[in-house]
Design a protein. Structure first.
Length: 252
């Protein structure tokens, strides 16, 4: 950030433990990806190669090299883990992550119908080799709407106890499931339950793919809330929201 006498919220320098911005790459062209990373690296903490895109993305190794040059970590989408799991090939997924020298992995059950207890068992296994970000919430809107808010808190706590470094709350890249209803409205019952649970916000990452969600979490948690599923084109936009440099969060 440019030096100025304007009083703004203080932001931790990288590597940060809070106020993380996690981009999602949906298979963007190489030059667009590299330009974004290099021009805004101060504001990017992680890049997630969304769902199973890493298997069909050209120049994946070049993208990873670019991230390493800028000191930015990466991981593959939880849906890819679930795909390997559905084929009974979890060991192959373990090897796949090691092949790319991943430091982080995402473990989820948003698509496959496995219990949180079973998912937590994989969190425990992978945490011996990787730093694990787990995910709670379902990608299916009907199933998601049927989940009670207390179940979310129980699942978050179970994942943390199993060894997850942080837990992500599902919202998809469309913002229409998980913590969101199909119309994009945030489920306040879940958010309030999480707030009252006492789980430290530093241990949570809220998926927030659109400005409405980003604004909500910044307003209710603060500029140092951890946000994920941020589009490549929204890096600077999110940082201005955090700093109150946009009308949506002007009076923070």
């Amino acid at each position: 950030m440019m030096e100025t006498e304007l009083i703004l919220p203080e932001r931790e320098l990288k590597p940060r433990e809070k106020g993380l911005t996690i981009l999602i790459d949906n298979g963007s062209p190489l030059n667009l990806f590299m330009d974004t990373i290099r021009s805004a690296s101060d504001y990017i903490d992680f890049v997630k190669f969304g769902w199973g895109t890493s298997l069909v993305t050209h120049y994946l190794e070049q993208k990873i090299d670019c991230l390493r040059e800028q000191g930015i970590e990466f991981f593959f989408g939880g849906t890819l883990f679930e795909k390997f799991l559905s084929r009974d090939q979890v060991e192959e997924y373990y090897d796949y992550c090691q092949k790319f020298k991943c430091n982080y992995v995402e473990i989820s059950n948003g698509t496959m119908s496995i219990s949180n207890k079973e998912k937590a068992s994989f969190v425990k296994v992978f945490s011996s080799e990787f730093t694990v970000f787990s995910e709670v919430g379902n990608k299916d809107t009907v199933m998601s709407n049927g989940q009670k808010s207390t179940e979310w808190v129980d699942n978050i706590q179970e994942d943390l106890e199993a060894g997850a470094e942080k837990v992500m709350t599902e919202a998809r890249e469309s913002g229409t499931s998980g913590m969101c209803r199909e119309d994009g409205g945030i489920r306040l019952d879940i958010f309030d339950q999480i707030v009252h649970s006492g789980i430290p916000f530093e241990k949570l990452i809220f998926e927030a793919p659109n400005k409405k969600m980003q604004t909500f979490f910044i307003q209710h948690v603060g500029p140092d809330v951890n946000l994920a599923n941020i589009a490549l084109s929204d890096v600077i936009s999110v940082e201005t929201l955090r700093l109150g440099l946009r009308s949506d969060t002007f009076y923070l």
